[in-house]
Design a protein around this ligand. Structure first.
Ligand code: UD1
Length: 354
C-alpha cells in the first residue's frame, strides 16, 4: 500500500528518524514534526531540514498539519524511566496531555487512525511460575532480598520462580513515571477510539537498540550504557547476577512494525508487543558487545537498582497474527554490529522539562 499521508511526531528522535525512513522508503508521504526537547536533543538543537518544530500540546499548530492526513504515527515522548519525582510533570505534560491534545485535533481534522508508540513498561514485572505452585503474581522484590543477593522471585513455599512470556492481556502495573505516562497515553487513545469510532495500534516496544541510539545518560537503555563504557576502555558493569531476561529488538524492526501498523488498519484499540521473540540475558548483552569490541570483559557487580524488574519477556504472537510483523534482526547479531555503530551525541542532555 503506498501513497498514504502520515503525520509523524517525534520524527527527529532515535526511533522516529528510523520510522521516517521506513515510511518514506515505502512510498508514503510523511509530514515530520518534532519539538526538539532539550532532554533528548541538547539545549540549542535546531530541527533537521524538513522537520517542522511543533509541540504536540499545541492544538492550533496541529490543526495546521493534520489536513488530509490518513494516519498519525505518534513517536514523540519524554523517555527514560524518570530519575526523580521532579520529572513527573514533564512526563504527564509531554506524553499524556500531548496525546490528549493530539487526539482532540485528530477528531477536528476527521483523522481516524493512530499508531501509538507504547512500551513494555506498562506491564511492570514479567510473568512467573513455579514447578510446584504454578503461575504466581509478583509485585516487586523485597529490599532485604536484593541486599542479600537474592534476585529471583520465590514462590509461597520458597521455590525459585521461572519467567514466562508476557502477552498483551497480562496485568498492567506501571512502576515508573515513564510507565505511568505510557499507560495513560494508551488509555486516552483507547477512550478516543471508542468515542469516535477510530482505530489505535499501541505498539509496546521492548528493549530497543540500534544505530543512533542516544549515548549513556541516566535516561538511556543498558545497551547504550554498556557500549559507551566499552568505547572508553571500561568494562560493562552488569547489575544483579546478569541473569535478568529481556527482549532486545532492533530499531529497524521497530520501524518495520510501525510501517506495518500504518499500512494495515486494525479494528478499535489494539495493543501489540513489538519484540524480537528471542530473549537474552543482560550478561549476554554485555558479553556480546564486549567480545565484538575486543574487551574488556563485563564485570558482574551484584549491585542493583531499586524498582528494576527482574525478567520481562514478550510473547510476539499477536503482532505476527494481527500485523504480519516478525522481527528480522537476531538480537545477538544486531548487538555485535551495534558495538561499532554510531551513537547519538547527548552532550548537554538534561532532565526533561515541562
Ligand atoms: C528500558 C527503559 C524503559 C523502556 C524499556 C523498553 C530506561 C531506564 N529504561 O527498561 O524506559 O521503556 O527499556 O525499551 O531507559 N543494567 C545493568 N547495568 C547498567 C544499567 C542497567 O546491568 O549499567 C541492567 C538493569 O539492572 C536491568 C537491565 O540492565 O536489569 C535493563 O535495564 P534498562 O536498559 O534500563 O531497561 P529496562 O529496565 O528493561
Amino acid at each position: 500500500m503506498s501513497g498514504m499521508r502520515v503525520l509523524l511526531t517525534g520524527a527527529a528522535g532515535f526511533i522516529g528518524s528510523h520510522v521516517y525512513r521506513a515510511l518514506t522508503g515505502a512510498g508514503h508521504e510523511v509530514v515530520p514534526i518534532d519539538l526538539m526537547v532539550p532532554a533528548a536533543h541538547g539545549p540549542d538543537a535546531t530541527a533537521p531540514p524538513g522537520v517542522a518544530r511543533i509541540d504536540v500540546r499545541d492544538g492550533a499548530a496541529l490543526d495546521g498539519v493534520l489536513r488530509g492526513i490518513d494516519v498519525v504515527c505518534h513517536q514523540a515522548a519524554v523517555v527514560g524511566a524518570g530519575v526523580s519525582a521532579q520529572d513527573a510533570p514533564a512526563y504527564a505534560s509531554h506524553n499524556d496531555v500531548g496525546t490528549a491534545v493530539l487526539c482532540a485535533a485528530m477528531d477536528r481534522a476527521g483523522c481516524r487512525r493512530l499508531v501509538l508508540a507504547s512500551s513494555m513498561v506498562v506491564y511492570g514485572e514479567g510473568r512467573y511460575f513455579g514447578q510446584r505452585c504454578g503461575r504466581v503474581e509478583v509485585a516487586s522484590r523485597r529490599p532485604e532480598d536484593l541486599a542479600a543477593g537474592i534476585f529471583e522471585y520465590r514462590g509461597p513455599d520458597g521455590e525459585s520462580l521461572t519467567w514466562d512470556t508476557v502477552d498483551e492481556d497480562a496485568p498492567l502495573r506501571p512502576r515508573s513515571l515513564y510507565a505511568a505516562s505510557k499507560l495513560a497515553q494508551e488509555n486516552y487513545a483507547a477512550a478516543w477510539a471508542a468515542a469516535t469510532g477510530s482505530t489505535v495500534a499501541a505498539l509496546r516496544y521492548h528493549n530497543v537498540f540500534g544505530p543512533d541510539m542516544p549515548r549513556d545518560t541516566p535516561y538511556s537503555g543498558v545497551a547504550a550504557i554498556f557500549r559507551s563504557a566499552l568505547e572508553v576502555g571500561q568494562p560493562p558493569r552488569v547489575f544483579e547476577d546478569g541473569g535478568q531476561m529481556r527482549d532486545f529488538v532492533h530499531v529497524a524492526d521497530i520501524a518495520a512494525a510501525n510501517l506495518a501498523a500504518v499500512e494495515r488498519p486494525l479494528p478499535g484499540f489494539q495493543a501489540l508487543n513489538i519484540s524480537s521473540g528471542r530473549p537474552i540475558s543482560i550478561l549476554e548483552v554485555a558479553a556480546t558487545l564486549a567480545v565484538a569490541r575486543g574487551g574488556p570483559e563485563p564485570v558482574v557487580t551484584g549491585g542493583y537498582r531499586a524498582g528494576d524488574v527482574r525478567h520481562i519477556v514478550a510473547d510476539p504472537g499477536r503482532a505476527a497474527r494481527a500485523l504480519g510483523f516478525v522481527a528480522t534482526v537476531d538480537p545477538l547479531d544486531g548487538l555485535a554490529r551495534f558495538a561499532f555503530e554510531p551513537l547519538r551525541e547527548s552532550a548537554g542532555v538534561c532532565a526533561p522539562s515541562v
